[in-house]
Design a protein around this ligand. Structure first.
Ligand SMILES: Cc1ncc(COP(=O)(O)O)c(C=O)c1O
Length: 366
């Protein structure tokens, strides 16, 4: 293949529609500091997602840090090692310790049956990740948290526009965070948000995001700078109306991949709930790392660049964790998983070529 195919390609709205928002910025001269477009984006997202509070941030990593701070978490936070480094970086940055629990081999989410054995006197929260937008076992996590008086944060970086039991997935936990990074389903180039039902937590997060100021510009707390800019909000506003279309097209492509790889015995898929999913990733689990490496090679040789999300299992990365336990499932799955290209403009024939190449390798190895 001559053109390069990467794991993803950001959705870009028609340029003239983005420019209209830029003209508004040029007219009023406000670039940042909770300007009119950030406020408009927050309002539109609150309405669309039917959530109580949504506070836009500069990115999801900062949103996680603000969430940990707003809940005043200390000590140990129970989480998954099968996630992006940002989840653990935020915990460490807020001077808490990540305590890893193994994952469920079918959903790739934290295994809720193994959480309780990791709770100690120092545990302050459970931080679940809805991996590739697949909801965690929310009922079990909520029960454990209630029984043990723990807070719950969901890293729902991948979970935009997913409904779970008739409400937005982002409405669960004390606070959920989401990413609007360029690689995500809905993007503001860089960006993210904290979502919470609690007005008190929302006010805290707003102050933390803005150096510790309240709305009257009194300094009321310690803060940082986690504001979204007007230029980023403009991108979100221009993009929002295309999201149903984008999700639908991604779902079709996801299903085509599944169909074309369905008879390949060396390939497995994440167990998902088709309605509670946004099809932002196309994770494929190979029978062995050896097959994965051969697939990577043949795809790369053909200018196709999937990604090893999330490799390695983060409990194995010594600079961020001194955690000693073996986490059998996460360590194993991390070596065998590959996210295939999936984006709005990806063509049917590209998916056919990718699957053809994968089937060549996998069959040869088996
Ligand atoms: C699970 C998870 N959490 C957090 C983040 C961080 O998001 P951001 O890049 O918006 O800071 C990512 C980014 O990909 C992610 O995959």
């Amino acid at each position: 293949m001559k053109k390069k195919i990467y794991v993803t390609q950001p959705f870009l709205p028609p340029l003239n529609e983005y420019i209209k928002y830029l003209e508004e910025i040029w007219d009023c001269g406000i670039l940042t500091h909770n300007g009119p477009l950030v406020q408009k984006l927050e309002k539109e997202l609150i309405k669309r997602l039917q959530v109580n509070n949504l506070i836009a941030t500069s990115n999801a990593t900062m949103a996680l840090q603000l969430a940990i701070k707003a809940l005043n978490l200390k000590g140990e936070i129970i989480t998954t090692p099968f996630t992006y480094i940002a989840t653990i970086a935020a915990i460490n940055w807020e001077k808490c310790t990540p305590i890893f629990v193994d994952i469920d081999e079918e959903t790739f989410n934290i295994d809720s049956t193994k959480i309780e054995e990791k709770i100690t006197k120092k545990t302050s929260a459970i931080l679940g990740v809805h991996t590739f937008s697949n909801p965690c076992n929310i009922e079990a996590i909520e029960k454990i948290a209630k029984d043990n008086k723990l807070k719950v944060i969901y890293d729902s970086a991948h979970g935009m526009f997913v409904n779970y039991k008739n409400k937005s997935l982002l409405e669960y936990g004390d606070i959920s965070i989401v990413s609007f990074h360029a690689t995500k389903l809905f993007n503001t180039v860089e960006g993210g948000a904290c979502i919470t039902e609690s007005d008190i937590l929302a006010e805290k997060i707003k102050s933390y995001r803005f150096f510790g100021f309240n709305e009257k510009k009194d300094i009321v707390t310690h803060g940082t700078n986690a504001k979204m800019t007007e230029v980023h909000a403009a991108m979100g506003l221009a993009t929002l109306k295309y999201m149903d279309e984008v999700r639908k097209s991604r779902r079709e492509k996801y299903e085509l991949y599944k169909k074309l790889l369905s008879s390949n015995e060396n390939v497995k898929f994440q167990k998902i709930n088709e309605e509670s999913h946004n099809y932002s990733y196309m994770p494929v689990l190979f029978k062995s790392e050896n097959i994965l490496k051969q697939v990577l090679k043949i795809l790369n040789d053909n200018n196709i660049f999937p990604r090893r999300y999330f490799y390695p299992s983060l409990n194995k990365v010594k600079v961020i964790s001194t955690y000693e336990d073996n986490l059998e499932k996460a360590e194993d799955i991390a070596t065998r998983i590959l996210c295939l290209p999936l984006y709005n403009k990806l063509k049917t024939e590209d998916i056919e070529i990718i699957c053809y190449l994968i089937n060549q390798i996998a069959y040869r190895d088996s």
